[in-house]
Ligand binder design. Structure first.
Ligand code: ME8
Length: 508
């Protein structure tokens, strides 16, 4: 089945930060899991390059917006292999194909009668690139998100009849109670809708850095109308000569942060309806990462988590694991280098890495590296029997954190099993050879299964480990624990250096 999944596209008003890395990683985990299950995944990400935030920050650097956008978009693109993101396309909203397609769709919305001319006046935040409603204005007319003073703006521009979609969106929500996930985010979207939809201005006359309105060359589109359409336009040119829109569109899942909920849960389906295009299936709203002290991360407070520092010290898989494990996907969370170090050492290095190397080392030492061809321990097999289905059910709700918890419970179970059965003792007694075979086959099978399920989270480590186990299949079908004994019985395992080596400071 086609499975189209997207991240928000990041503003290029600066280099990528941890929040961006988090969203990419979390979405990548979902995309990789769906690929494991054999879904025909198309994973889209990219950069949002028009609008005030980019124009203003470019001018502050003494650069033209395009040059500044080029510079920062390159940094976002470079981030993808660094984080091991498996996107199928990276869109830039300055791509000429995107621009042409935005004009085409917006013209359709105009022709369908959902656009009119009006005068807009209100409190405007240049960083949000958004007018604030009266209830949204912070103390002293500041932006509640950015804390900067809002400006009073008034201009004649084009309006989108958002109010015309009140009933259709109510119906969409009623028919698809999980259109927005998790439930708390759905409540927020419902509350916004319950307040009554008001028309919104869709163009700007002052700003020049944007997509020109085709029916009025003196204006450019308000950046959100250009940006949201990336989810539609990208499919028309991601593969030259092919339009993938009919195959992949509309998206199964848009992954976004909580600050842009309104745009994705209200504006976006309304725009699609206005253009006669089907709305997406789900929007998943994740929380914000904050410093370990619970405060917004900032350089001056020194409470931030620099993704590049973590990668340098612990590796990409450790960053991916830590963020998904530490922060319940869909909620805010506090992260920092201390917590990351603890989880790296106690969970990745000790619980998982050691388990894997001990298992391989024991098969090597006691059985010349050959995986014993015997049935696994029924007690252990029972604990794994519903694991793949349970993990998949959680992923169907994008709950990658609880899925990881379920997998990790089995990692711990395997460690307890090794302690209970003490294969190093069994090895001393030739009469216990059968028991030892069973324990080794069971540990091997358990390590293999948890690794297959961990592949979306820590893909590079799992690839190495499965290769060393002589069982490279990482598809979802390979995630079932075989009671009859490892399907790869008889293969020879190969030793491998520690996947998550202890830090240098520990060795002193
Ligand atoms: O909003 N923790 O771009 P953006 C977690 N261009 N997520 C965070 C975060 C944090 N501290 N800070 C930001 C935009 N994000 C628009 C999107 S989509 C058509 C246009 C998330 O660069 C944020 O919530 O400000 C958003 O989902 C994404 O990073 C890009 O944010």
């Amino acid at each position: 089945m086609p499975y189209f999944i997207t991240t928000a596209i990041a503003y290029v008003n600066g280099p990528p930060h941890l929040g961006h890395a988090y969203e990419e990683i979390a979405t990548d985990v979902l995309a990789r899991h769906m690929r494991q299950r054999g879904e025909d995944v198309f994973f889209l990400t990219g950069t949002d390059e028009h609008g005030e935030p980019v124009a203003d920050s470019a001018h502050a650097q003494g650069l033209e917006p395009q040059a500044w956008a080029d510079q920062n978009a390159a940094r976002f693109k470079e981030l993808m292999p660094t984080l091991n993101i498996s996107q199928d396309f990276f869109i830039r909203t300055t791509d000429p194909e995107h621009i042409a397609r935005v004009q085409e769709v917006m013209q359709r919305i105009y022709d369908n009668g959902y656009v009119y001319k009006g005068v807009y006046e209100g409190w405007y935040c240049p960083r949000c690139a958004d007018f604030k409603t009266d209830t949204d204005v912070g103390e002293g007319n500041t932006c509640p998100i950015h804390g900067i003073p809002l400006t009073r703006e008034s201009e004649e521009n084009w309006f989108f009849k958002l109010s015309a979609f009140q009933q259709q969106i109510e119906q969409l929500y009623a028919e698809h109670p999980d259109f927005v996930m998790p439930a708390r985010a759905m409540n927020e979207a419902q509350a916004f809708l319950g307040g009554g939809l008001q028309d919104v201005s869709l163009s700007r006359s002052k700003l020049k850095w944007g997509v020109t309105v085709p029916w009025d060359q003196s204006q450019v589109f308000y950046v959100w109308f250009d940006a949201l359409l990336n989810y539609y336009t990208a499919l028309s040119y991601a593969r030259p000569g092919q339009d993938l829109a009919d195959h992949y569109g509309p998206a199964q899942l848009h992954v976004i942060g909580k600050d842009i909920l309104k745009f994705h849960t209200i504006f976006w389906p309304a725009m699609l309806m206005a253009a006669g295009i089907a709305p997406p299936e789900h929007v998943f709203v994740h929380g914000f990462l904050m410093g370990e002290d619970g405060r917004k991360m900032s350089k001056s407070l020194g409470n931030g988590l620099d993704p590049f520092e973590v990668i340098e010290q612990f590796g990409t898989d450790a960053l991916r694991y830590y963020l998904l494990r530490e922060v319940q996907f869909g909620q805010d969370g506090n992260v920092g280098i201390k917590g990351c170090t603890v989880r790296y050492e106690s969970e990745l290095a000790n619980e998982y890495g050691n388990l894997a190397s001990r298992t391989i080392a024991m098969i090597d030492r006691y059985r010349d590296g050959v995986v014993p061809a015997v049935a696994t321990d029924p007690a252990l097999a029972d604990d794994f029997s519903t694991l793949p289905q349970d993990v998949a059910a959680l992923f169907d709700r994008a709950d990658s954190t609880q899925a990881l918890e379920l997998i990790w419970q089995r990692v711990r179970r395997l460690n307890r099993y090794a302690e209970e059965r003490q294969p190093w003792q069994l090895a001393k007694d030739p009469d216990s050879a059968d028991q030892l075979n069973q324990v080794l086959a069971s540990l091997y099978e358990g390590v293999r299964v948890v690794s297959v399920l961990l592949a979306p989270y820590i893909p590079a480590s799992v690839e190495k480990l499965l290769a060393a186990l002589g069982a490279p299949d990482s598809t979802y079908a390979a995630a079932s624990f075989s009671a009859a004994g490892p399907l790869t019985s008889g293969v020879t395992v190969s030793t491998l250096p520690p996947l998550f080596p202890k830090m240098a400071s520990d060795r002193t």
